[in-house]
Design a protein around this ligand. Structure first.
Ligand SMILES: NC(=O)C1=CN([C@@H]2O[C@H](COP(=O)(O)OP(=O)(O)OC[C@H]3O[C@@H](n4cnc5c(N)ncnc54)[C@H](O)[C@@H]3O)[C@@H](O)[C@H]2O)C=CC1
Ligand SMILES: O=C(O)CCC(=O)C(=O)O
Length: 526
């Protein structure tokens, strides 16, 4: 009988479901890392919220562990690459606590607008300071959303009901979806300049870490009020403290902190600062939702192999899996390539299969393309929720099977329409197993898509490769492989290089300044 450990506070519904499905379950919360390491080897499944940190060390000791289930959305407390390399499936419950978290953001916005926590403390201290607490209305004010996914779009809906004007910065938001939501899509700088309130709703990724940096906080309108119910690392907390003290920021409410649990912080005690201990998802309703979902998903997986909401594994039947696996890897890499090269609002994605690929179930291939495309912006996207997210964002998907001869035995082509027009990439499988890029934006280039890479579009002129090699060499960046393609002699050329380490920003700037360079982007493939 499989054994599951519930290591964070969770609705009793979870344990009830495990037992009802014939799974042995222990509920042990508040374990230290060492205590968890000592016992984790006994379990096949681990059900967590945000307190348990599933680190490399924990996974190394988890010799029987097959699945980790996060009763919630963010999985930044799980080392997903380490779990993947150990063959441990990581699942989350993407929608169960979204409404609750959105409501918490709105509650904190009101707490700031009317200084409710300080007014409450003062009144209960017998002070009756009626003149001290002058608030602001939210009606007709501008709410700036950073991140307009599930939670951000619910916040938008509630804020529109409060008669606020809502603007949103989210690279994945298409103008059509923004219009449908009733919000105005803006750049980050426009949002900072226009918002009276800002609410953050992105995951914590390399592109969102410190998004409200000191520099960006200073670009906000004086008197800005900021709510963060997403993740701690999104705001520079030291700068936030200084700018609250100086009065540039009129109020800030944090549900999440860079270091949690946040038992001390320079922000504590600052006037107009409100905090809650990561309570965004803490309602009866949300906790029941996520507990039921996580227990059902883990039970299905442990008892039948069924995969739902996995972040590191496609959802597949046992028969299809071996044949589709290399196509999924190819599809995800092609999706990731276009996603990394063009981050602007995606309107449609067309997936074409030819040759042997035309005989396969195209759905998992499509899901893998979408997961690769969208994972650039959110690490919670998986092959299961990617098609749903695409539908929600009103991205049109077309799947086309070509029954015609091709130069390759099997071919997958992905065309994405963005604000910048259509972009097509294509790839094949070498030996029907090894993913290989064959075409990028109309130019034939054969390359592996793996690890750190550099993509360059340049004028096809003599001397360029030498200059590029020198720039990389002087920065200590070693070239692994080098792939070249061009539209026509002397026209536009494409270079794809695999490099042994990530390209630093400063080097990328130098490369962009080389004569003849039109585009230079650093890419990363997992
Ligand atoms: N305080 C709490 O208890 C809770 C916090 N959360 C946090 O809220 C976050 C958002 O959750 P959902 O809305 O469900 O996720 P989601 O994946 O539906 O939405 C995230 C949005 O952020 C956007 N985004 C990604 N990178 C961006 C960037 N650089 N700039 C602007 N936007 C960017 C994505 O395009 C996406 O639309 C989660 O990642 C989680 O960390 C979630 C639940 C509870
Ligand atoms: O489980 C919790 O209380 C935190 C929820 C959360 O942060 C999430 O779902 O991302």
């Amino acid at each position: 009988m499989p054994r599951v450990l519930i290591s964070d506070q969770m609705s009793p519904k979870a344990a009830e479901i495990f037992r009802a499905r014939g799974i042995e379950v222990d509920e042990i919360t508040g374990l230290s890392k060492d205590e968890l390491i000592k016992i984790i080897g006994q379990y096949d499944g681990l059900a967590i919220r945000s307190s348990t940190k599933v680190t490399k060390d924990v996974l190394a000791a988890a010799t029987n562990l097959k699945v980790v289930g996060r009763a919630g959305i963010g999985v930044d407390n799980v080392d997903i690459p380490a779990a993947s390399s150990r063959g441990v499936v990581v699942m989350n419950t993407p929608f169960g606590n979204s409404i609750t978290t959105a409501e918490h953001a709105i509650a904190l916005m009101f707490a700031l607008a009317r200084q409710l926590p300080e007014a409450d403390a003062s009144t209960q201290a017998g002070k009756w300071e009626k003149n001290r607490f002058m608030g602001v209305e939210v009606t007709a004010k501008t709410l700036g959303l950073i991140g307009a996914g599930n939670i951000g779009s619910i916040v938008a809906d509630r804020a529109l009901g409060l008669k606020m004007k809502v603007i949103a910065y989210d690279p994945f938001l298409t103008p059509e979806r923004a219009e449908h939501m009733g919000v105005t899509k803006v750049t980050l700088d426009e949002l900072l300049a226009q918002a009276d309130f800002i609410s953050l709703h992105t995951p914590l990724t390399d592109s969102t870490r410190n998004i409200l940096s000191r520099e960006n906080l200073l670009k906000c309108k004086p008197g800005i009020r900021i709510v963060n119910c997403a993740r701690g690392g999104l705001i520079d907390e030291a700068a936030l403290k200084e700018l609250l003290d100086s009065g540039h920021i009129a109020g800030a409410a944090l549900d999440v902190f860079a270091e949690e649990p946040a038992k001390s912080s320079p922000l504590f005690g600052t006037p107009n600062f409100v905090s809650t201990p990561h309570l965004g998802a803490s309602t009866d309703e949300a906790q029941v939702n996520v507990a039921i979902q996580v227990a059902e998903q883990l039970s299905d997986f442990l008892l039948t192999g069924g995969v739902t909401n996995a972040l590191n594994m496609p959802s597949l039947s046992a028969e299809e899996a071996p044949r589709l696996k290399p196509y999924m890897a190819l599809a995800e890499r092609l999706g990731s390539l276009v996603g990394q090269l063009d981050k602007d609002g995606i309107k449609s994605v067309r997936i074409e299969v030819e040759g042997a690929a035309a005989q396969l179930n195209i759905k998992p291939i499509t899901a893998a393309v979408l997961a690769g495309l969208m994972r650039v912006h959110s690490d919670t996207v998986n092959m299961v929720n990617a098609p749903y997210l695409a539908r929600e964002r009103e991205i049109e998907i077309a799947e086309v099977r070509h029954e015609r001869d091709t130069d390759y035995n099997t071919l997958l082509r992905v065309t994405v329409h963005t604000a910048n027009g259509p972009r097509t990439v294509a790839g094949t499988l070498f030996g029907m197993s090894k993913p290989r890029l064959t075409e990028i934006f109309g130019i034939t280039v054969e390359a592996d898509l793996a690890g750190d890479m550099l993509y360059i579009v340049n004028e096809d002129k003599p001397g360029f490769i030498g200059r590029l090699g020198s720039a990389l060499g002087s920065a200590g960046v070693n070239i692994g492989t080098f792939h070249l393609g061009r539209r026509d002699a002397g026209g536009e050329a494409v270079l794809l290089l695999s490099v042994d380490n990530a390209i630093p920003d400063a080097l990328l700037t130098d490369i962009r300044a080389l004569p003849g360079v039109k585009v230079a982007s650093a890419l990363h493939f997992v």
